[in-house]
Write a protein that binds this ligand. Structure first.
Ligand code: 2RA
Length: 351
């Protein structure tokens, strides 16, 4: 039989992309049930050409559900994913609530699909969007050269902070448009933008902000720690050295990462390109002479991680530098969750 799928958080920024993906991808599902908070109940949304009515999040909403995908804030997942499991579903969670739980696998289908079977809590976690954009490109290089260290700088789009992030950037851009003096004197961009910074600690228009997430120990941000901890867990390298600096940029959708990767053996740029050309979930865009680079304006709305600017370090024959861009709402969130759920669907065929 075809399993029943619940989409929890169906009306959010990631939920919206999820419904598009479920409509466009090969169908694995019988009923699709849309679930959201009380304020969205009764909304009608299109999925697979059907009009579906949003139901309220409740324990009963999970009755008869086989796979429940959660695209909601951490605290909502922490409370409701275990309830979905109690009601008989497998939960695939896109929040940060369970990612580092030893009893919850952190799955990227191109890298560790076998881990979906190892789920003692009935929960499978989806990695953070910044990690996902980068790791699909790093895993094939790790297989080729044995990864030892990553030094990362992210360039994160505002939709990583949800629809409110997108609205904030567009509002700010309309406030600064046309005034060519802005950005050439201290404080004049802050003044033009005003006090409404949305979810960000500083204006994004005409600016970059070296901060994403919240403050963790010793000056690191939670986003930077996610890149380190999740990369270690997905690659099964608990001692991997990882230093990340996470930066928010005035891009709507598409997280990018500049990567300096040090390996256990000597690398060469053409060998790395070859490994990436053959890797699932990756598209190689590396022809600077022709102006071809991985960029958010091209990667948005597409599935793969775009990789380019591949160079061997001039100072270390074991190190590569490269640039990766991926759609943070697709591979970074909805797509990876959908791919995990699709790995589960065959389990129901025999039932
Ligand atoms: C961000 N990575 O970009 C976060 C969202 N999970 O803000």
């Amino acid at each position: 039989r075809l399993p029943t799928l619940a989409v929890v958080g169906a009306t959010g920024a990631v939920g919206t992309v999820m419904l598009e993906l479920l409509s466009a991808r090969k169908n694995h599902w019988g009923e699709i049930r849309l679930i959201a908070s009380a304020r969205s109940v009764g909304r009608k949304l299109a999925c697979r050409g059907e009009e579906l009515t949003v139901r309220e999040l409740s324990a009963e909403a999970f009755d008869g559900v086989d796979v429940a995908m959660f695209d909601v804030p951490d605290e909502v997942s922490a409370q409701w994913a275990p309830i979905a499991v109690e009601r008989g579903a497998i939960a695939v969670d896109n929040s940060g609530a369970f990612r580092m739980d030893r009893d919850v696998p952190l799955v990227v289908p191109e890298i560790n699909p076998e881990q979906v079977r190892n789920r003692p809590k009935g929960i499978i976690a989806n990695a953070n969007c910044t990690t996902l954009a980068m790791i699909v490109a790093i895993a094939p290089l790790h297989r080729e050269y044995a990864l030892r260290e990553l030094v990362l700088a992210s360039y994160q789009a505002v939709s990583g902070a949800g629809q409110v992030g997108v609205d904030t950037l567009h509002d700010q851009l309309s406030k600064v448009a046309g005034d060519r003096a802005l950005g050439s004197r201290p404080g004049n961009v802050r003044q033009a933008v005003g006090d409404d910074l949305g979810p960000f600690p500083a204006p994004l228009a005409l600016n970059v902000v070296p901060w994403a997430g919240s403050l963790a120990d010793a000056g690191w941000s939670t986003e930077e720690l996610k890149m380190r901890n999740e990369t270690r867990k997905i690659l099964g390298l608990p001692d991997l050295k990882v230093s990340a600096t996470c930066v928010r940029v005035p891009v709507v959708t598409g997280h990018s990462v500049a990567v300096h990767a040090v390996f256990g053996s000597e690398v060469d740029a053409e060998g790395a390109r070859e490994a990436l050309r053959n890797a699932p979930g990756v598209i190689l865009v590396d022809d600077p002479a022709e102006g071809e680079f991985p960029m958010p304006i091209d990667a948005v709305g597409t599935d793969p991680s775009w990789v380019g600017r591949i160079r061997r370090s001039m100072d270390d024959p074991r190190a590569l530098d490269l640039f990766v861009t991926g759609d943070n709402l697709r591979k970074g969130a909805a797509l990876n969750t959908a791919q995990i759920a699709e790995l589960l669907a065959p389990e129901f065929a025999a039932r």
